[in-house]
Ligand binder design. Sequence first.
Ligand SMILES: [Zn+2]
Length: 209
Amino acid sequence: MKLVLIGAPAAGKGTQAARLVEHYGIAHISTGDMLREEVAKGTELGLQAKEIMAAGGLVSDELIIAIVKERIQKDDCKNGFILDGFPRTVVQAEKLDEMVSLDKVVYINAPDAVMLERLTARQICPNCGASYNKIFLPPKKAGICDQCGTALTQRKDDTEEAGLKRLRTFHEQSEPLVDFYTKKGILFEVDGTAAIDAITQEIIKGLDA
Ligand SMILES: [Zn+2]
């Protein structure tokens, strides 16, 4: 099972990826995590990426494609993989197409208003790092950490203004990809407003069909 996962910020992409990895025994490939790992290990790719990021630049298509190409040849990908965070552009999608034949592209879709409500509902404890969500996982006492009693705060990128910006970026990047994979006939869209378990069931049903 070779998959790509596309979903807006707060669409529950991470949770669904983890469940699909477990269900199908496939590898979870997050390009963001991988770049951080390569940098930490000081590999040649990592050193290149570090230089680019230190100069404030975005890692080039060539570099990220090279990283993905190497990664999908590893042993843990023999049953397949789920790509998360890649491809971000049609150029990257075309390159990926040359490397591997994807089974499906899962697109977790939800209206912006729903996503924004979820994004801005996230709260974290600045003391112990516990995370909450006013809608899905509220603390026992509003605004106070269950673990240590500290007043909860919001991450800078979870404010309404930052949330709108992230959603705009997501649409700009993802819409051409959604079109690209729709034309290829492998896009599978699920309703991201459903409950987490229901979304998982719908994805598995769709992939097994
Ligand atoms: Zn705490």
